[in-house]
Design a protein around this ligand. Structure first.
Ligand code: DUR
Ligand code: ZN
Length: 133
C-alpha cells in the first residue's frame, strides 16, 4: 500500500476508536482492515459486564469482513491511546493467522500517532494453522 493510503487507514482506525464500547477498561481500540479488493472494514473493542466476553477491535473488524464474504486481507491498522504502538493480544494474532498471510503488514499505532510496522509472522511466529491439521 502507498504511503498516502496508509495514513488514511491510520486516520480511519483512530477515528473509529471513538466508537469503542469500553465502560470497564476505559481502553478504546480501533482497527481498520483492508480486503484484497480494497474494501474497508473498521472495528472497535466491545466489552461486557461478563468481562471475558469482550471482543477486541481487530477481531470485530475481521469478523465483520468475513461475515460479509471477505476472506483475503492485505493490511490491518490497529490504533490505541497507548504511549507506545498498541500490541494485539494473542487471541487476535491467532484469528489474523486464520485469514491472513504471514507476510501481511500490520501497522500498530500509539495515542500520539506514532507507528510500528510489523508483519503477522513477526507477531506470531511458527503459528498453528490449518496447514498442520
Ligand atoms: O490490541 C488490542 C488490545 C486490547 N484490546 C481491548 C480489549 C479490552 O477491551 C481492552 C483492555 O484489554 O482493550 C483490543 O481491542 N485490542
Ligand atoms: Zn485481541
Amino acid at each position: 500500500m502507498c504511503e498516502k493510503d496508509k495514513w488514511i487507514e491510520i486516520a480511519r482506525a483512530q477515528a473509529t476508536k471513538e466508537n469503542a464500547y469500553v465502560p470497564y477498561s476505559k481502553f478504546p481500540v480501533g482497527a481498520c482492515l483492508i480486503t484484497e479488493d480494497n474494501q474497508v472494514f473498521t472495528g472497535v473493542n466491545i466489552e461486557n459486564a461478563s468481562y471475558g466476553l469482550t471482543n477486541c477491535a481487530e477481531r470485530t473488524a475481521i469478523f465483520k469482513a468475513v461475515s460479509e464474504g471477505h476472506r483475503k486481507f492485505k493490511q490491518i491498522v490497529i490504533a490505541g491511546n497507548t504511549d507506545t504502538p498498541i500490541s494485539p493480544c494473542g487471541a487476535c494474532r491467532q484469528v489474523m493467522a486464520e485469514f491472513c498471510e504471514p507476510s501481511m503488514p500490520v501497522t500498530l499505532v500509539a495515542g500520539d500517532g506514532s507507528t510500528l510496522d510489523m508483519t503477522l509472522e513477526q507477531l506470531l511466529p511458527y503459528s498453528f494453522t490449518e496447514k498442520q491439521l
